[in-house]
Design a protein around this ligand. Structure first.
Ligand code: HEC
Length: 142
């Protein structure tokens, strides 16, 4: 009876630990990368802030001529520099997935930037950028 009690003492906490690890796997969809870096949040707020800025500029204009291109480009540049910062925060467990998705995302931003720089400017891709957050955020967040 005493031995059985000891078994419970060791086994139950172990089982709890394992199920917590399993829980995390379930909470995050397989294609969503979990990084435990405190400044991911800062990077993401830069992303969000500037995506809002781009939408604000685009939606506030009645025609392409009214669009302040410098604000669009500045917002994209902030996103790109925040993205390259996040790129340096690689961890062994997830860097390949983050890298891959971050590359896709950056290419989208760079393409949108090139289109916006054209004469006359084309803001179509700029307006589509918010959808590109889905590269990482699939089921989790809009
Ligand atoms: C390369 C992958 C990747 C891309 C692309 C990406 N995110 Fe994230 N995002 C993450 C990760 C990883 C987290 C952290 C999730 C966690 O720790 O719970 C996160 C979290 C967030 C959060 C929550 C931050 C917090 O305070 O908890 C917001 C808001 C966010 N992202 C917005 C965006 C927006 C807007 C875009 C598009 C402009 C975007 N993300 C694109 C990977 C990405």
């Amino acid at each position: 009876m005493k031995r059985h009690y000891k078994f419970v003492l060791i086994f139950v906490p172990m089982a709890l630990l394992i199920s917590c690890a399993e829980m995390r796997k379930v909470t995050y969809p397989p294609n969503f990368v979990y990084i435990e870096k405190s400044d991911v949040k800062n990077t993401m707020s830069v992303f969000a802030e500037n995506i809002f800025e781009i939408d604000r500029v685009l939606q506030g204009a009645k025609s392409d001529k009214e669009i302040d291109r410098s604000r669009i480009i500045a917002a994209m540049d902030s996103i790109l520099s925040a993205a390259s910062h996040l790129d340096q925060e690689k961890t062994e467990t997830n860097h390949r997935v983050i890298d891959h998705n971050l590359d896709i995302f950056r290419q989208s931003v760079q393409q949108a930037r090139q289109m916006a720089q054209k004469t006359p400017p084309n803001y179509y891709l700029a307006g589509q950028l918010a959808g590109q957050c889905m590269a990482c955020h699939k089921l989790r967040r809009p």
